[in-house]
Design a protein around this ligand. Structure first.
Ligand code: BGC
Length: 790
């Protein structure tokens, strides 16, 4: 039985009506607020109890040694790990001599609400202290989308029954205890109290702390300021010490009276700038926040999100739970990237310490396709960040004996941090995933004119060079890419992975086209049409293995010759397999951790026939165990395409509810941003049938039984498009912009602002339902639209 809280099924909010300390860490992730620059886990205002305390500043990391039993050439020596930075969300409360703590006294009411339109987390509670004093507290927290360094909290205390003596201590705390313990003692040592105090300062209701990281030397300033509104006699004091800042408000509340404290928090960090500069940046951010005021910050937040939802909302009629979950997924996807601005978007966003705060291919493969069509500027920033790490990727390629750029499998700042090369360095497909995101972004945006010249062309050229040097032409002239790991991490170091080869092919052709379009700029990058011709040769001859006997694509050469995993003998408690079986055994058998060939069927759908898609999908369904959260969304997309709409719907449920139902049992470490973004992909590419091959948009919508209506919006080449789908027809409306050519189930149509297009939906082909490994079918979404929870 998965123990997880209920968040109701309201369309725009997640509501928790009771505090369950057993799932506190999970709710801290689910209710986390972030803007891509800073992130606050939803730790209780008073700091305790907590699951995992967490405050993050994008790309603020400490270095930690990477342990190897047997080291080898090219293994990274140190890793980067996200730091729980100075906690600015702490507000402790003392009521008539008693410290407010939900574990003591009587918590009469406790509600938390994440509001997806307002962009705030609200909390309301009534507490009776062990001595019998009753207090009401309301807090509202936001991380500003508009002022990226700023978070703010409105904290209100009321005496509902009797007069109260109240003290509110608003704090900034560095080197907070409670960070999860590391197995490796050397890493634990590096991460214990990583922040070294450089300066502390207090004045009036304002405190500032400046720290730097022991090994990475990154510097961080955190500041807070307050506006206090209480009855006469309210007293305010500030104090600071190296790791703590405190503003204390003492007040006597008569019955019915209220104390209102607005806390502004700001962060700044740098690897290069002086202490004075970083500190002043924070002072300035606080001044601006104060100037804007609480209401101004709230209004800005709302306006930012109104704009976003106007471009990006998805409506699902017939399943309130999934309606909520899909919006929740979009909200977290936005929170992960909104103001990342030339910093990475991590697998957990800024919601928890999972995966050490690293970014993977998750970003370009799952997150950026969503942001490209819903918040394109953020996708552009993320790709500019990758581009900024090109020198490191070039160095890494040289170290590996290759040309071009080898982007890291996992990193915060750009250096390779994966200590496991079979599923790290060998997962070269990340280069093609990045290239694919560049190609998509260039095709979908028209307003970012400098992008191709400043970013796109160079990334495409350097990734193409990598493929050209990693692969080779064999005696028959075929271009082989041997010894690589594809997306499925239960196979490694295999030859001619179909996904990798097809994505490399697209990468090589796009680079060659880019050189032809911009010969002068290409020359500055040392490239020319001769080099491009070699890329075209490789692309044309790339090997795509095929199993004639089975009539399917092996995901890599010889894969279908391997023994099939003994699923019948595998107990439910032995999943995920990676925790119960040795990799050597997983690697030599047919068992698939996550969509690999099936991912190729989606993103390189232009390279397969319909019949191949249907046969391949059925074959890999029977082998795929989904031990990664990066699988269900892709299976949803392809299931929908080949006509298994109900199965697709179950997979959509899994992707969308990954964190709300804690399906992978690790939401405590942060939400799964790629799976949440994947919910959008499952809806839009799955039931909307949207594809974007060769820069053109096509749709092939079809609804599963449960959905009465689906509507989604997206932006494309400066236009705004709305697609509304019912069981029988689809309507395409251009909300803004010049006429646009799209396709509906293969028919080309033009939509213009005054000329929406309505088309009927053809019936899907009937195909026998595929089966999954025993016990690994997705949870079926029962007749009432609620997942049948086991
Ligand atoms: C998956 C990878 C993914 C990583 C981070 C792993 O379990 O197999 O594909 O990049 O998690 O989300």
């Amino acid at each position: 039985m998965i123990k997880s809280p209920s968040f109701g099924a309201e369309p725009w909010v997640l509501r928790e009506t009771e505090l369950d300390l057993d799932v506190l860490a999970q709710t801290e992730s689910v209710f986390a607020l972030a803007n891509g620059h800073i992130g606050l886990r939803a730790n209780l205002d008073e700091g305790e109890p907590f699951g995992i305390p967490g405050t993050y500043f994008n790309s603020f990391y400490e270095l930690r040694p990477l342990p190897y039993a047997e080291a080898g050439y090219g293994y990274p020596e140190s890793g980067q790990t996200v730091v729980n930075v100075t906690n600015g969300k702490l507000i402790r409360l003392l009521v008539d001599d008693e410290t407010f703590d939900v574990r003591y006294g009587h918590l009469r009411a406790h509600e938390r609400v994440l509001d997806l339109r307002a962009g705030v987390l609200r909390r309301a509670l009534e507490w009776e202290s062990p001595a019998g004093a009753t207090v009401r507290v309301r807090s509202t927290r936001l991380v500003s989308f508009v002022q990226r360094s700023v978070a703010a909290i409105l904290y209100e205390v009321e005496a509902p029954a009797d007069p109260l003596r109240v003290v509110v201590q608003s704090e900034l705390v560095a080197n907070e205890p409670g960070t999860p313990v590391e197995d490796d003692p050397r890493a634990a040592a590096a991460l214990e109290s990583p922040l070294v105090s450089e300066e502390h300062f207090d004045h009036a209701a304002r405190v500032l702390l400046v720290h730097s990281c022991r090994a990475s030397k990154l510097r961080l300033a955190a500041g807070m300021d307050h506006i206090v509104d209480g009855p006469e006699g309210t007293e305010v004091n500030a104090e600071s010490s190296p790791d703590t800042g405190r503003v204390t408000v003492a007040v006597d509340l008569a019955t019915g009276q209220r104390l209102r404290v607005v806390k502004f928090v700001a962060y700044g960090a740098s690897s290069q700038r002086s202490l004075l500069s970083v500190r002043d940046e924070v002072v300035a951010a606080l001044a601006e926040a104060r100037h804007t005021g609480w209401q101004g910050l709230l209004d800005g937040q709302r306006a930012y999100l109104d704009e976003f939802w106007d471009r990006a909302d998805v409506e699902l009629e017939g399943d309130p739970q999934l309606q909520q979950a899909v919006r929740f997924g979009l909200f977290h996807t936005l929170q992960a990237g909104a103001r990342a601005e030339q910093r990475a978007i991590a697998a957990k966003g800024l919601t928890g310490p999972g995966y050490d705060g690293h970014t993977f291919w998750d970003t370009e493969r799952f997150v950026l396709p969503v942001l490209t069509y819903t918040a394109p500027a953020t996708a552009g920033h993320a790709l500019r960040w990758r581009h900024a790490t090109l020198d490191l990727a070039r160095q890494r390629a040289r170290q590996l004996g290759l040309q071009g750029a080898a982007f890291p499998w996992r990193t915060i700042r750009g250096q390779e941090c994966s200590g496991y090369w079979p599923a790290g360095a060998a997962a070269f497909h990340i280069g093609a995933d990045i290239a694919d995101a560049v190609i998509r972004y260039q095709a979908a945006t028209e307003d970012d004119e400098d992008f191709e010249r400043e970013v796109g062309l160079e990334v495409l050229i350097e990734t193409a060079r990598l493929w050209r040097s990693l692969g080779h032409h064999d005696a028959e002239g075929r271009f082989r890419i041997d010894g690589v790991t594809g997306p499925d991490e239960y196979s490694a170091i295999a030859d001619n992975n179909v996904y990798t080869n097809l994505l490399a092919q697209r990468n090589l052709i796009a680079a060659a086209d880019g050189v032809a379009r911009h010969p002068r700029h290409a020359a500055e990058l040392g490239s020319d049409l001769e080099e491009a011709a070699a890329w075209r040769d490789a692309a044309r001859e790339v090997v795509i293995p095929w199993d004639d006997a089975l009539g399917v694509h092996p995901q890599s050469e010889n894969f279908t010759d391997h023994q099939i995993w003994d699923f019948a003998a595998t107990r439910p408690d032995q999943y995920p397999l990676l925790l119960h079986f040795p990799y050597f055994d997983l690697y030599r058998k047919q068992v698939v951790k996550q969509a690999d060939l099936v991912l190729a069927l989606h993103v390189r759908g232009d390279a397969f026939t319909d019949e191949e898609k249907a046969r391949d999908f059925a074959y890999y369904e029977a082998l795929t165990v989904r031990d990664s959260s990066l699988s269900a969304c892709t299976q949803a997309v392809v299931a929908a395409e080949v006509g298994h709409l109900e199965l697709a719907y179950d997979y959509l449920g899994e992707a969308a509810l990954m964190d709300l139902h804690d399906l992978a049992h690790n939401t405590r470490d942060g939400v799964h941003i790629a799976s949440l973004a994947g919910a959008w992909i499952a809806v839009v590419a799955g039931f909307g049938g949207m594809r974007d091959h060769d820069g053109a948009l096509s749709f092939a919508p079809r609804l599963p039984m449960r959905l009465e209506r689906l509507s989604f919006r997206l932006v494309f080449k400066g236009r705004r498009l709305r697609v509304e789908v019912t069981k029988t027809e689809a309507a395409y409306t251009l909300v803004e912009g010049d006429a646009l050519e799209i396709a509906h189930h293969g028919e080309t149509i033009t939509v213009a602002v005054d000329n929406p297009a309505v088309r009927t939906i053809p019936a899907p082909l009937e195909r026998p339902p595929p089966s999954q490994p025993v016990g690994r079918a997705p949870i079926s979404r029962g007749a009432d639209g609620e997942a049948a929870r086991s």
